[in-house]
Design a protein around this ligand. Structure first.
Ligand SMILES: NC(=O)c1ccc[n+]([C@@H]2O[C@H](COP(=O)([O-])OP(=O)(O)OC[C@H]3O[C@@H](n4cnc5c(N)ncnc54)[C@H](OP(=O)(O)O)[C@@H]3O)[C@@H](O)[C@H]2O)c1
Length: 296
């Protein structure tokens, strides 16, 4: 295989991890990798290895016209622009259009499980519309519908452990948490493969957990008790606002609980292990490895 592989957002956690797997796990020569980012200085180490580092900002059409030149397979990593409604959709559609115009032969994209209309997740339309734009481009594609990272727990568990309370509206809904690096290994495998057929994979961890089950696991690992308090979506939103979160952030976070409650984030697939060819980390292993950081 002699294709040139491109990764956008290469200085983000996932982008970095994908490039590390291309180089170290799948032994792709650095000269066949293009890494794009808004901040090339962050990737000086990759440039020193021979990776072609280019500046690309999905908000800047001029940078995008050059960014995808010469790439055969391009992974478009969804951006983290969540606060300005519609902006991420616009950014990603600009990237898809630029990839198409540059003659990329295969587009890969990091999406969301079940992004179709009806998803309770407030930003699901960004992903759905990007998937639709890729399909409409006529370029063969691979959609990676990424489930919830284990690492998302870093955002909430320190406060939960400090207070001893986990407020949620997820009920008995489940989330199939997966380690971000395992997802990155699967995505790198898909990018480095010679597959030309269009495909959609939902990438998840090996098991799905209710909030009560995660809380029990965290207590086993840290020794700290957690009381799970089930609330309605509205009560949870009001509680978050009272705790100082801006309303749009509270509504976004509560939409994750609603998605879990309605089954949108609970499916388990074997795609990560099948694509990456390695065993996934369990949530218990992740919690044990990150005990100190989680305990705050
Ligand atoms: N499944 C989950 O649980 C989960 C959790 C969090 C996020 N996500 C999604 O997965 C993506 C990757 O996760 P991560 O952990 O790597 O997030 P991260 O470390 O926060 O990285 C943010 C990413 O967004 C890119 N980006 C932001 N603005 C951009 C712009 N204007 N043009 C081009 N790229 C832009 C960044 O690229 P540069 O900085 O290199 O330009 C970087 O790749 C996130 O951006 C988000 O869409 C998924």
């Amino acid at each position: 295989m002699t294709e040139t592989l491109l990764v956008t957002g290469a200085s983000g956690h996932l982008g970095r991890a994908v490039i590390n797997h291309l180089l170290d796990t799948f032994k792709v020569p650095a000269a066949r990798i293009i890494a794009t980012t808004r901040t090339p200085t962050n990737l000086a180490d990759l440039a020193a290895l021979g990776v072609s580092v280019r500046e690309a900002d999905f908000d800047d059409q001029a940078s995008l016209a050059e960014a995808f030149q010469g790439a055969d397979r391009a992974l478009i990593i969804s951006t983290n622009e969540l606060m300005i409604q519609g902006k991420r959709r616009e950014q990603q559609l600009a990237a898809v259009s630029a990839a198409g115009k540059a003659g990329v032969a295969h587009i890969l994209y990091t999406s969301l499980p079940n992004p179709e209309p009806g998803s309770p997740i407030l930003f699901a339309p960004d992903h759905y519309d990007t998937e639709q734009a890729i399909k409409a481009s006529g370029v063969p594609y691979t959609m990676f519908r990424n489930g919830w990272y284990d690492e998302n727990l870093f955002m909430s568990l320190p406060q939960i452990l400090a207070s001893g309370h986990w407020y949620t509206s997820a009920g008995d809904g489940r989330i199939s948490y997966g380690a971000r690096d395992d997802l990155a290994a699967a995505i790198a495998a898909g990018l480095a493969s010679a597959a030309t057929e269009s495909a959609t994979y939902t990438l998840t961890g090996p098991k799905a957990y209710t909030v009560a089950e995660v809380a029990a696991l965290v207590t086993e690992v840290t020794g700290k008790p957690i009381e799970v308090v089930q609330l309605s979506d509205e009560a949870l939103t009001e509680g978050m606002k009272a705790a100082g979160l801006p309303e749009p952030v509270a509504r976004l976070l509560v939409s994750f609980d609603a998605a879990s409650r309605t089954g949108n984030l609970g499916m388990v697939t074997d795609s990560v292990e099948k694509l990456s060819g390695r065993k996934s980390v369990s949530l218990r292993q992740f919690l044990e490895a990150n005990k100190a950081r989680l305990a705050g």
